[in-house]
Design a protein around this ligand. Structure first.
Ligand code: TEU
Ligand code: CA
Length: 564
């Protein structure tokens, strides 16, 4: 069977608001992206995924859409979008758009109608319920804190919003809603979009009756995921979407899938029957979350044994059926080098190690803007410097829970989504060259050292290392299709695995620490010779790869020659 084009692709995510500002209003925009297309091409990626650029009041920075068929004023016009599409396609790069259809903005005309009266023709586009004993219809918690229901005085009922109260959930049970969405998808596909990243797509079907979630904390609202994630009609809706829309286009579909297990992923992305092509799962993103922490926003240190366990389980389960994405970063997550690497002394080494890990796994790698130059978390002094609704709400909830402002800020520094949303650092000029005006969110003060211009002049930069990783994927089918196997190497700081395709075998050795543990080739991996494919330190020729001390955050990939 012919490989679909996206299996050996690398995807680059752009968060338009923070990528490049072309007109000095402090907000990134489409002409700004166009001005940096050569840079993206130089990296060698195949696909660009744009976070939402549609009309939006920006309560959740574009994930609250008020018009699916037009561009946000601050970002530009449809003509700019066409120029961006053409600029990408001329460079051989495909364009994936964010599709946010679990909810709209409350400013969407559908919702404005829906709210008007109980018998408005659009009433059923959303999920309205009467209150229960003067309270919300159930005890579900919103992802951004507080109840998932908002009371609307005009008609005396509540509407469901799994995210902000300005993001009412669409009612997928209504066939008219589904038809509107499919029409809109065709509208974009007919304009040359190459695929969709589908926002919280596994939440579109809610369990009938919307039952209360079990009470497991002493917070007023509870996690109701069991009643709206992978709900009873989710597969049916997605199969319908596939038959009605996707089957008629060569489009890549990436499903964002909170709480997905490998079994869900196989069902959703099976090549023959699955409605989607790949998933964004979250298991590794939970490794440093402490669910018992304040306001559901707790943090704990992650550990390598757990990362190995999660990764290995997913790699093994999806070895033959289904397909996966590989990521540590996106616009919702702290910067990977600060979170899983070392953003101090070994920033460059650890950023390269994390890149090696992601690019040497089975699955499609995602690079989030700035990752390729090793951008780090930020730590603004005051909550007033933060823009993200999730961050701001949780800060307030933590204080209400009695957490001290210092402790709450420490958690914000660890977990805030704004860590990923500070502007792209282009050069050492004011505001990192992102804007000539006042940026909508502060630039990370380390832009003078960490920026694109610096990376492009340094042949040992993270940027060039990433470019090499991407090139290796193109040239070595074993990286795309090889079977993953964890090698049982001690000591515990080392993560080593092999990838095997026929006679071709790669050995990936990663030291996830600033220590210098000794690597010993395990007996189960017999090999006489190893040819170095890539490494993040200079490696002398002729040294025995079967036993050697690793340097801090050292990463090496060898091609093994079989014995005899
Ligand atoms: O995110 C889905 C989601 O569940 C997030 O709340 C995520 O778990 C959290 O941000 C991690 O801290 C998607 C989008 O990627 C996100 O930006 C949106 O806010 C959200 O959907 C609502 O559209
Ligand atoms: Ca602008």
């Amino acid at each position: 069977m012919q490989q679909p084009w996206w299996k050996d692709s690398v995807i680059y995510q752009i968060y338009p608001r923070s990528f490049m500002d072309s007109n000095g209003d402090g907000i990134g925009d489409l002409p700004g992206i166009i001005s940096r297309l050569d840079y993206i091409q130089q990296l060698g990626v195949d696909v660009v995924w744009l976070s939402p650029i549609y009309k939006s009041p920006n309560d959740d920075m574009g994930y609250d859409i008020s018009d699916y068929r037009d561009i946000m004023d601050e970002f530009g016009t449809l003509a700019d979008w066409e120029a961006l599409r053409d600029g990408l396609h001329q460079r051989g790069i495909k364009l994936v758009m964010d599709l946010v259809v679990n909810h709209t903005s409350d400013a969407h005309p559908w919702f404005r109608e829906s709210r008007k009266s109980r018998d408005n023709p659009y009433r059923d586009f959303y999920i309205w319920r009467p209150g229960r004993d003067g309270r919300e219809p159930n005890n579900w918690r919103s992802f951004f804190g507080g109840s998932a229901w908002e009371y609307d005085e005009l008609t005396g009922e509540y509407y469901l919003h799994l995210f902000s109260r300005r993001q009412p959930d669409l009612n997928w049970e209504n066939p008219q809603v589904r038809r509107e969405i499919y029409d809109m998808m065709r509208w974009w596909l007919d304009r040359g979009v190459n695929g969709f990243r589908m926002d919280v797509i596994t939440m579109i079907s809610k369990v009938e009756g919307l039952p209360d979630a079990p009470v497991v904390t002493d917070e007023p609202y509870q996690w109701g995921g069991d009643y709206f994630i992978h709900g009873p009609r989710m597969m049916e809706f997605l199969q319908e979407m596939r038959a009605e829309v996707l089957a008629h286009y060569d489009a890549l579909t990436i499903g964002e899938a909170v709480a997905a297990t490998p079994a869900h992923a196989i069902e959703l992305t099976d090549r023959e029957h699955g409605p989607l092509d790949m998933l964004i799962h979250f298991e590794h993103m939970a490794l440093d979350h402490d669910p018992g922490g304040p306001a559901g926003y707790g943090w704990r240190p992650w550990n390598l044994a757990e990362l190995k366990e999660v990764t290995t389980r997913w790699q093994e389960a999806l070895a033959e059926r289904g397909w996966n994405s590989q990521y540590f970063s996106n616009h919702d997550q702290p910067r990977q080098v600060s979170r899983f690497g070392d953003d101090g002394r070994y920033r460059v080494e650890s950023a390269k190690l994390l890149g090696t890990f992601l690019h040497m796994l089975h699955g499609t790698p995602f690079i989030y803007q700035g990752e390729e130059i090793g951008m780090t978390n930020v730590a603004f002094d005051s909550i007033d410097a933060y823009r993200d609704i999730e961050t701001i709400n949780h800060y307030r909830l933590m204080l209400e829970d009695g957490v001290s402002p210092e402790e709450a800020m420490a958690l914000v520094h660890k977990r805030s989504r704004d860590n990923a949303r500070t502007p792209m650092q282009w050069d050492a000029s004011p505001h990192g060259g992102f804007t000539t005006g006042n940026p909508w969110i502060g630039v990370n003060p380390n832009y003078r050292e960490i920026n694109v211009e610096q990376a492009l002049t340094d042949p040992n930069s993270i940027f060039y290392y990433y470019r090499e990783l991407i090139r290796l994927r193109k040239e070595n089918p074993v990286i795309i299709d090889g079977r993953y196997k964890l090698t049982l190497a001690d000591p515990p700081e080392i993560y080593a695995f092999t990838r095997t395709l026929g006679d071709d075998r790669l050995l990936v050795i990663l030291n996830f620490s600033s220590n210098q543990p000794v690597f010993n080739l395990p007996e189960e991996v017999p090999a006489e010779e190893g040819e170095l494919l890539i490494a993040n330190y200079a490696v002398e020729e002729g040294v025995d790869f079967r036993e050697f001390p690793l340097r801090p955050w050292e990463a090496r990939v060898y091609r093994l020659a079989p014995p005899g």
